[in-house]
Design a protein around this ligand. Structure first.
Ligand SMILES: [Zn+2]
Length: 53
């Protein structure tokens, strides 16, 4: 995990680190900031996320 700014994906309930291309799950309102729990994002997903801003 880096100190990059995280993006919140409301639909997927994930916190996204674009630098690492990792999506951390939010379980019962609590972000799980553990790298093994995170989902690896595809380049496409990152691009999509960027365009939403
Ligand atoms: Zn990071």
């Amino acid at each position: 995990m880096c100190n990059g700014k995280l993006n919140y994906d409301k639909d997927k309930q994930e916190l996204i680190c674009k630098i690492d291309r990792l999506a951390y799950p939010i379980k019962e309102g609590i972000p799980v900031m553990i790298e093994p729990e995170a989902r690896r994002m595809t380049m496409e997903e990152v691009e999509l996320c960027r365009s939403q801003l």
